[in-house]
Design a protein around this ligand. Structure first.
Ligand SMILES: *Cc1c(COP(=O)(O)O)cnc(C)c1O
Length: 271
């Protein structure tokens, strides 16, 4: 499909230069096949950027890093440690395979009052001049501190725990009456509907999907008024509103996960 789109763009006179693949889409948590995409990019001489903002942290686990196989062929990668690793907001990395000083050429302003050129040490350590922000917070320090505090193993455990929580919830959702998975999770995004007893078994009725689409917002309103939980919901393409739950906090217990589903059931039972 990508190959066809590139050929179509070229036929229309465009000069494509960049392909952006995603590792862990925000809503469903899907991973693009990077190897196949990198092959196409190589054939056409295109820059491959990988948006691993969400899914990049899976690389820290030897058990789950296969999801990102081929990422080593990217020219650039974005990754947000403030998501799955729960580094304090914000902490976003832009990793670039480039030794030609591209960022310096793009962003460098050469302000001599900030970045003197006649210092006694290697001035390539003065990274400020090649960032779009220049003088801003040192966000990477938060990742460095977490890494120092938990070690590489600790980060891997965080990732694996998040996968395990998602797996547990997915199995519970399949086991419980009235809960429907939107899709089998590929990552840690657990997307599901709660179907109140009134709607169960009525999938073929014309008002089923419009009615089901009103259930998640109604449950959310109830949970907020009661003050028991905060859980996001959203529609996606042709799919009506569903809950999207992601567990990243190392403090969440099995009892919390059970409470989460029990509470949705309690709040949505009579809808
Ligand atoms: C969160 C997210 C982004 C946005 O990242 P910001 O650092 O908030 O701009 C981009 N892509 C994906 C897949 C995401 O999940």
């Amino acid at each position: 499909m990508l190959e066809k789109e590139i050929q179509k763009a070229k036929a229309e006179g465009a000069e494509p230069f960049l392909v952006c693949a995603t590792c862990g889409t925000t809503v469903l948590g899907a991973f693009d096949p990077l190897g196949a995409i990198a092959d196409v990019c190589e054939r056409h001489g295109l820059w491959l950027h990988v948006d691993a903002a969400w899914g990049g942290s899976a690389l820290l686990s030897s058990k789950h890093r296969h999801l990102l196989a081929g990422i080593e062929r990217a020219h650039s990668v974005t990754w947000n440690p403030h998501k799955m690793l729960t580094v304090g907001l914000q902490c976003s990395a832009f990793l670039l395979r480039d030794t030609s000083g591209l960022l310096q050429r793009c962003y460098g302003s050469g302000a001599t009052y900030l970045f003197q050129r006649d210092k006694f040490y290697d001035m390539s350590y003065d990274t400020g001049d090649k960032t779009p922000q220049c003088g801003r917070r040192v966000d990477c320090l938060k990742l460095w501190l977490l890494w120092k505090a938990t070690g590489t193993q600790g980060l891997a455990r965080r990732v694996e725990r998040a996968f395990a929580c998602s797996r547990y919830l997915a199995e519970e959702v399949k086991r419980r009456d009235g809960f429907e998975l939107v899709m089998e999770p590929e990552f840690i995004n657990l997307c599901f509907w709660f179907v109140p007893p009134r709607l169960r078994g009525r999938e073929s009725c014309p008002d089923y999907w419009p009615s089901l689409g009103k259930v998640a917002p109604a449950i959310k309103e109830r949970m907020m008024r009661k003050g028991s939980m905060m859980v996001g919901y959203q529609p996606h393409g042709a799919r009506v509103n569903f809950f999207r739950q992601i567990v990243t906090s190392p403090a969440v217990t099995r009892a919390d996960l059970d409470f989460f589903l029990d509470e949705i059931e309690r709040l949505g039972w009579d809808l």
